[in-house]
Structures are given as structure tokens and as C-alpha cells.
Design a protein around this ligand. Structure first.
Ligand code: PEP
Length: 254
């Protein structure tokens, strides 16, 4: 059984004060968290404040939205895996579609970051997904396969098992238009099948695959009840503590 994982990608939002208020409200609402992994992914500037506000809620982990593959050095403006570990960060999002489309990240760059993250014992959440044009041309599987082979190249089965994959159709991110549960399940099953080909069936069965793209409290339950959907990467709806708590509760099947 794979444990569900629900993550809040705050993108470039939330001051330190807003982040601390979010955590307080979220903790009050959510109560005990034991059968789902929850990750809060603030902008770099609010990471320390979120960790502080979480206090003894050690079962909620903190993530980062990006990192560079080198450990240290003359890379002005970049953040490395060891620097994130120093802030008690456990997860890092790599290859988000906004990084790919707005900042020119390629699968090769994502792959270098993947290796650096694993080396530092950070768990990557690697994002893949097709554009609307690619879907309309019937190229979903081709795109997903290329992204998986490119970004996961050279990972050992154990590293793959510690990687979270987020299937995020680009046309569903921030658009209010989510994939239907059937469309998402079809893509997730294909991802798992590809992982089995790249590694082995046991490894593929252990990898958690999140769905992302306009997940909201009212569609989360149905999406996460699909057999290959192991959680959600949530953007817009994760900025409100009550909506995010409802999505986590949907993952807990409440
Ligand atoms: C995301 O940022 O990864 C995302 C899925 O955003 P939204 O939920 O707003 O579509």
C-alpha cells in the first residue's frame, strides 16, 4: 500500500507572516495527521518561518520549489541541496512546468538536479505533463515517456522509490480546468507502466504518483480514489488553510 502524499506548492506567494498564520490555522483545522504525508512548499524566503511555526508537528514536512545541482560556489541567485538540508527541508520540487516554460529547464537539467537531490537525501517531487496541443495531437504517452526517461536517467531503483512523480497536465495548472479522474488515471497507469519498464515492477509499485492541476476540495476525493493516484500537488487551493485541510482530509478518506 502506498501512503498518500499531499503537497502545497505556494509558488511565489506568502510573506513570512502570512506563512506563519497559514500554518497556525491549518494545524487547528487538520488535527492528527498519521496516514498521509503532508508537505508544505513555501518560497525560499518563508521556509524557516514555516518550520518554526510547525514546531512539534514533525509529521508535516517542508519542501522547496527548486534548487541548483552544484553544492556550493559562484552561482549567484541559486540555492543548493545542502543549503536546503540546512533549513531542514525534506522535499524539493523539480521540473515544474512553470520552470520548464518560463525559465527554460530541460529534462537534462532536471536530471542533474535529481541526482544532486538524492545525493543530499532530499526527496524530489519531479513534475511531468503534456501541453494541450500535445494532448490534442495524441502525443500524451510520447511526451510522458520522454520526460520520464530524460529526468530519471541513471537513478537506482532505491532512489526511484524515494522519488515522487507529479503528473501535471500543463493545460490544467492554474486554469480551473482539471483532468477528469479517468484521464488522470490513464496517464498515471502509463507512468507506472513506464517505470516498470525502466526499473522493475516492484519499484514501479512503490513510487508515489501525485496528480496536479486545479485540485480543489470538491474534486480531490474522486481524483485520489483512482488506483494509481497517490496524492495531489496543489497550487492555488493550497493558499487557503481551510481548502488545503479539506484536500488532506479527502486523502485521508474523511
Ligand atoms: C501547481 O502549481 O503545481 C498546480 C497544480 O497549480 P494549481 O493547483 O493552481 O493548478
Amino acid at each position: 500500500m502506498r501512503k498518500k502524499i499531499v503537497a502545497a506548492n505556494w509558488k511565489m506567494n506568502m510573506t513570512q507572516g502570512e506563512a506563519a498564520r497559514f500554518v497556525d490555522a491549518f494545524l487547528l483545522d487538520i488535527g492528527e495527521i498519521n496516514n498521509v504525508d503532508v508537505v508544505i512548499i513555501p518560497p525560499f524566503t518563508a521556509i524557516a518561518r514555516v518550520t518554526e511555526a510547525l514546531g512539534r508537528a514533525h509529521n508535516i514536512k517542508v519542501g522547496a520549489q527548486n534548487m541548483y545541482w552544484e553544492k556550493s560556489g559562484a552561482f549567484t541567485g541559486e540555492i543548493s541541496a545542502p543549503l536546503l538540508r540546512d533549513l531542514f527541508v525534506h522535499y524539493v520540487v523539480l521540473g515544474h512546468s512553470e520552470r520548464r516554460t518560463l525559465f527554460g529547464e530541460t529534462d537534462e537539467m532536471v536530471n542533474r538536479k535529481m541526482h544532486a537531490a538524492h545525493e543530499a537525501k532530499l526527496r524530489p517531487i519531479v513534475c511531468i505533463g503534456e501541453s494541450l496541443e500535445q494532448r490534442d495531437k495524441g502525443n500524451v504517452e510520447k511526451i510522458l515517456s520522454t520526460q520520464l526517461h530524460g529526468s530519471l536517467a541513471g537513478l537506482k531503483p532505491k532512489e526511484l522509490q524515494e522519488t515522487v512523480i507529479a503528473y501535471e497536465p500543463v493545460w490544467a495548472i492554474g486554469t480551473g480546468r482539471n483532468a477528469t479522474p479517468a484521464q488522470a488515471q490513464e496517464a498515471h497507469a502509463f507512468v507506472r507502466h513506464t517505470l516498470a519498464e525502466m526499473a522493475d515492477k516492484t519499484t514501479a509499485e512503490r513510487v508515489r504518483i501525485q496528480y496536479g492541476g486545479s485540485v480543489k476540495p470538491d474534486n480531490a476525493r474522486e481524483l485520489m480514489s483512482q488506483p494509481d493516484i497517490d496524492g495531489a500537488l496543489v497550487g492555488g487551493a493550497s493558499l487557503d488553510p481551510r481548502s488545503f485541510a479539506q484536500i488532506v482530509k479527502a486523502a485521508r478518506n474523511e
